[in-house]
Design a protein around this ligand. Structure first.
Ligand SMILES: [Fe+2]
Ligand SMILES: [Fe+2]
Length: 178
């Protein structure tokens, strides 16, 4: 992304970095929500905490990459996330997981756009970075979160969510989240 070869890379990368930070911030807010005494779903809390950290790592990967290629990192303001996640019909668990799915899908679309920019400029090295460091895992995340949404639709709001939460806690503890 040497800026002498055009700055569209730089701009697109900054947008991607912004998306990763924004998603990280929403997940952190979800972590806080699920850790509340009147919500108390520790599996969901752990899942979103891990997710928040992972997205921040992605932002940092982009940061390091920009510096590797001689770009300049610019951070921008992040929007305040929601703080209430309960939905009258869906309940909080399904609502939160659907929100996560929409964010992961958006992220996937944006990564493909970032790849398109690199590809259009014949930047094989950047294509390789986006594919290897980001896109491969992004596909897994979308698949996993989509499965969680399907499962939560089956289990209903009460005991089902409690059971799901326990399984989710085990999965996170075992490092099994994408
Ligand atoms: Fe990410
Ligand atoms: Fe993600």
């Amino acid at each position: 992304m040497d800026c002498s070869s055009g700055c569209s890379h730089q701009l697109q990368q900054q947008q991607q970095q912004h998306i990763e930070y924004s998603v990280s911030y929403v997940y952190h807010s979800l972590y806080a929500y699920f850790s509340r005494d009147n919500v108390a779903l520790p599996g969901f809390a752990a899942f979103f905490k891990a997710g928040s950290e992972e997205e921040r790592e992605h932002a940092e990967l982009l940061m390091d990459y920009q510096n590797t290629r001689g770009g300049r990192v610019r951070l921008s303001s992040i929007m305040m996330p929601e703080v209430e996640f309960n939905h009258i019909e869906k309940g909080d668990a399904l609502y939160a997981m659907e929100l996560a799915l929409s964010l992961e899908k958006l992220n996937f679309t944006k990564l493909r756009q970032l790849h398109d920019v690199a590809d259009a400029e014949g930047d094989a090295q950047m294509c390789d970075f986006v594919e290897g460091a980001l896109l491969a895992d992004q596909v897994k995340s979308v698949k996993q979160v989509a499965e969680f949404v399907s499962q939560l639709r089956r289990v209903g709001k009460g005991l089902g969510v409690y059971e799901f939460d326990r399984k989710l806690a085990d999965l996170v503890a075992a490092g099994g989240v994408a």
